[in-house]
Structures are given as structure tokens and as C-alpha cells.
Write a protein that binds this ligand. Structure first.
Ligand SMILES: CC(C)(COP(=O)(O)OP(=O)(O)OC[C@H]1O[C@@H](n2cnc3c(N)ncnc32)[C@H](O)[C@@H]1OP(=O)(O)O)[C@@H](O)C(=O)NCCC(=O)NCCS
Length: 323
């Protein structure tokens, strides 16, 4: 059977680092409060010349280099983002153009912090049914542009960045020993839409709006939703949770990550944590974390890797793949 195999990875971060100490000069907060409640120590913030499309392009080029491929080899681009450069056209076609591509198809996916999990799942479906052979799956965000910089309950949490994977069609035996995406589980429940949202949009206010969040409400639901879809993934491939080599979670808050790992009995040594360095970069956080752990040699060919995320909507989901 056809499997979608990871052929390359890449990432890009804005030039400017903003530490918690620097945040102290912007809003009424402290480094201690931010570290204790979230694990975040710094985040990257895009400059005027940096956008979701420019960061996404850099991440895509890095992933292509890592794969030993060129844009000519790609026939699908999916960009997971909630902070597109324009309302339309899609950031994906912007990146397609920046890469000099005139062939193939490119579109955006909007599932907020679960966007990358949705995008990998979608690319996998395209590849498995023969609609694409090689896909660039990109998570690219500039949440700094939709933050209310006077709201200390949200502005300290988020950062900007981009990450990308190249997925390629390959032959598998149909077993959990195959390389590539083994199973994916997507969920959403719109009854929670007012707990984490942006208070503007083209069809409602005609403005871009700012991020609003009931942090405690999000926290309350997060661990249960995340652990449910992780259990679903392992049940689907009939593997025990102990078989996991790396849990690469969405990086929102280290307490949510630790709570989820603890509930499932996954030791923290098997969990990739980058939220301390990047803050919450929404749909970019998983591919950024993958790039860190694959570059430093932790994630190796053949490893069983679980990606999971939960975010606005609520949306949540998991992808289990063999690297
Ligand atoms: C946002 C979050 C860190 C807040 O932590 P918390 O322990 O729930 O804190 P609370 O909201 O209860 O606030 C506690 C106090 O800290 C204060 N506070 C909030 N933000 C603060 C900040 N940046 N600095 C200092 N104090 C702050 C609050 O005003 C409150 O003060 P009060 O008790 O005098 O009213 C936490 O709820 C969280 O991580 N939620 C999930 C958010 C998330 O991950 N969202 C993205 C999902 S994709």
C-alpha cells in the first residue's frame, strides 16, 4: 500500500528574540509567573519584513534542501495558518509563487493550533489516493500580529515561526513496521468556539481582530482531549503506548504537555519540548519541534513518532508516523 513518508524537514524563526524579561517592560508580568505557569522563557517575534509567507518560504526551502529536492519535485503545498498574509489568496499560493512554482496545487488549512495535524492528515489522504506524489506541508504563523499587546493574559504566551515537512509517496506492507504516516485521528467541537477565538474577521467586523482566550477553560479540556486521540492512534495500529519513541506535542504550555504525558505513562525523556524557546507558535509549533529533534539526532529513521495538538474551535487530533 502507499504510505506518505517523511523525506525532509525544515524550519525558520524570526530574527528577533523577546525574553520574558523584555515582556516585563511591556505588560504587568514577571519572568517567574510566565515560567511557572507555562514553561515559556522566550519567543521569536516577526519584524516588519517577516510574514507568515516569508517564514513559510524559508522553512519550505530548508525542508527541500534537507530532502535533496527542488520545487519542481513538489505537486502539492498545504499551509496550516491562522495568520495568513492576506485574507485571500491563500498563503500557500504566495509561498508557491515565492518558490517559483507554476505547477501543482496549493491551499491553506485553518484549524488553529491543530492546523499542522490537519494538514499532514490531508496531505497523507491526497498521497494515498494518488492525487499527489510529493507534498510540502507547512505550518507558518505570525500570531504577534493578532495579539492584544495590552492583555497580559494572552500576549506573553505566543510567538512567531514556521516549520515544514516534505511527504513523499512510498511503498509499504500495510503494517505498523512501515515508514510513513500510519494513522490519523481528527476531532472538532464548535460548541467551544468562544473559549479561544479572534474578535474580528472579513465577514463579521471587516477587521483582523485580536486573539481572546479563556485560558483556564482551555486548560481544563486540553489534557483529556489530547490523551483521547493519542490512545485512539495506538489502538488503531494495535501497538502498545510503550512502543512510542517520541511524543511531539503542540507546544502551548509545558504543564499541559507534562499532564498529558503523565496521564498516559509516557516518560518526559520521550517528549520533545520546545515551548521554552519558541512560546506557542500555533500551527508552526509541531514542525518547529520536529526540526529541532530531528536536527539534533534525537528523532531517527524508523522511530515511532506521535504528533498531537489541541486548539481553537476546539479542534484536536493526532498523527502516528514512523520517521
Ligand atoms: C493562560 C494560563 C497560563 C493562565 O494560568 P492560570 O494558572 O490558569 O492563571 P489564571 O488565569 O487563573 O490567573 C491567575 C492570576 O494570574 C494573573 N495573570 C494572568 N496573566 C498574567 C501574566 N502574564 N503575568 C502575571 N500575572 C498574570 C491573573 O490576572 C490572575 O490574577 P488574579 O488571581 O489576581 O485574578 C493557563 O490557563 C493556560 O495555560 N491555559 C491554556 C492556554 C493555552 O494553552 N492556550 C492555547 C491552546 S492552543
Amino acid at each position: 500500500m502507499i504510505r506518505s513518508i517523511v523525506r525532509g524537514f525544515g524550519s525558520a524563526l524570526p530574527k528577533r528574540v523577546v525574553t520574558n524579561r523584555e515582556m516585563e517592560s511591556m505588560v504587568d508580568t514577571t519572568d517567574e509567573w510566565i515560567v511557572q505557569r507555562t514553561g515559556i522563557r522566550q519567543r521569536y517575534i516577526a519584524g516588519e519584513d517577516e510574514t507568515s509567507a516569508s517564514l513559510g518560504e524559508s522553512a519550505a526551502r530548508a525542508a527541500l534542501d534537507n530532502a535533496g529536492l527542488t520545487p519542481d519535485d513538489i505537486d502539492l503545498i498545504i499551509v496550516a495558518t491562522s495568520t495568513p498574509d492576506n485574507t485571500f489568496p491563500a498563503t500557500a499560493v504566495n509561498i508557491q509563487n515565492r518558490l517559483g512554482m507554476k505547477h501543482g496545487a496549493a491551499f491553506d488549512m485553518q484549524a488553529v493550533c491543530t492546523g499542522f495535524v490537519y494538514a499532514v492528515t490531508t496531505a497523507d489522504a491526497y498521497i494515498r489516493c494518488g492525487l499527489a506524489r510529493r507534498a510540502l506541508v507547512i505550518g507558518a504563523e505570525t500570531f504577534s500580529r493578532i495579539l492584544d499587546w495590552n492583555d497580559r493574559t494572552t500576549c506573553v504566551l505566543f510567538g512567531d515561526g514556521a516549520g515544514a515537512l516534505v511527504l513523499e509517496a512510498g511503498e509499504g506492507e500495510g503494517t505498523s513496521d512501515d515508514r510513513g504516516v500510519l494513522t490519523a485521528h481528527l476531532r472538532s467541537d464548535g460548541s467551544h468556539k468562544d473559549k479561544l477565538y479572534v474578535d474580528g474577521g472579513p465577514s463579521s467586523t471587516g477587521t483582523v481582530g485580536h486573539l481572546r482566550m479563556e485560558g483556564r477553560e482551555v486548560f481544563k479540556h486540553a489534557v483529556g482531549m489530547i490523551t483521547d486521540v493519542i490512545v485512539d492512534a495506538f489502538e488503531a495500529v494495535k501497538l502498545p503506548l510503550e512502543a512510542i519513541d517520541w511524543l511531539v506535542p503542540h507546544q502551548a504550555n509545558v504543564r499541559i504537555i507534562e499532564g498529558s504525558a503523565k496521564k498516559l505513562g509516557i516518560p518526559m525523556e520521550k517528549v520533545v519540548v520546545t515551548v521554552d524557546q519558541h512560546g506557542n507558535t500555533s500551527a508552526a509549533s509541531i514542525p518547529l519541534a520536529l526540526a529541532v529533534a530531528a536536527s539534533d539526532g534525537r528523532i531517527k529513521k524508523g522511530d515511532l513518532v506521535l504528533l498531537e495538538a489541541m486548539g481553537g474551535g476546539f479542534t484536536w487530533g493526532s498523527v502516528l508516523l514512523r520517521w
